[in-house]
Design a protein around this ligand. Sequence first.
Ligand SMILES: Cc1cc2nc3c(=O)[nH]c(=O)nc-3n(C[C@H](O)[C@H](O)[C@H](O)COP(=O)(O)OP(=O)(O)OC[C@H]3O[C@@H](n4cnc5c(N)ncnc54)[C@H](O)[C@@H]3O)c2cc1C
Length: 256
Amino acid sequence: MNKPYVVLLGSSYDPQRVVASAAKLCYSSSDISALVEKQTEEKTAAFIEMLADMGHESPIEHASFTFGIEHVSRALLAQITRHRIASFSVQSQRYVKAKQFEYVTPPRIAANAEALSVYSSFMEEAQKTYDKLAALLAEDELAAVDSALPEEERRKKAEKAVLEDARFVLPNAAATKMVLTMNARSLLNFFRHRCCNRAQWEIRSLADQMLKLCREAAPQIFKNAGPSCLCKACPEGKMSCGKMPEVREKYKNLLV
Ligand SMILES: Cc1cc2nc3c(=O)[nH]c(=O)nc-3n(C[C@H](O)[C@H](O)[C@H](O)COP(=O)(O)OP(=O)(O)OC[C@H]3O[C@@H](n4cnc5c(N)ncnc54)[C@H](O)[C@@H]3O)c2cc1C
């Protein structure tokens, strides 16, 4: 599978109401419970739109969203974990053996039969090398494992211990999975960077899917979310894709 798989595992309870209440508090003399009670759905929606227009972003930090993400490459992992205002739990290559490692195939490679054949052969070879290294290192490691343990348990311990080194031969293409939590403000920043046509195709595809899920869960918060050029001139200068009208049309209509 080449497309990232992403699911919204959870979010703050009633995220838009939480955000609207937090923002309202900044401008009101009422106490918090009264403010929350007064928040009808319509008032919440209108207030959040006003916040977005004003650029008052800090209240949206009170809403967070948790995603389950699968079928993405370690290359994507290196990029997504650069976003510091986020929490990650990532499947470990130290503790989980790559019995038959899954990998992501870039569309350019998938579209070229010869390139695809070279690519697939390399992945098979990587798996064989990983298995061979794991077996060789496990033999050495066995001597360091408590000899009082039953033989089967000793072997398992030795095999587990060496995965952290065998994994060095697994490529950037190797698939991984993670659970990711970001607050809405950090998500807006993530979408500005990663929905842009300058972002790499895999993380852009993931960002698009995450944005669809966010718009479904909190439509007003994410109404104007997407690449920077949705709401202002493209900041990419000479590197601009020059396709602003198409990009704006795409994100205006991006829904699940
Ligand atoms: C198209 C593209 C190409 C890229 N190419 C490269 C590359 O070649 N090499 C490379 O290393 N990275 C590259 N990056 C990654 C990029 O530089 C950022 O690290 C990444 O996008 C995370 O963005 P962020 O810092 O805004 O997000 P976060 O880390 O989530 O931070 C969010 C915001 O918080 C604030 N913030 C966070 N930490 C600090 C801090 N310590 N000090 C001050 N303010 C802070 C900033 O306002 C920041 O925008 C690329 C990103 C993109 C989209």
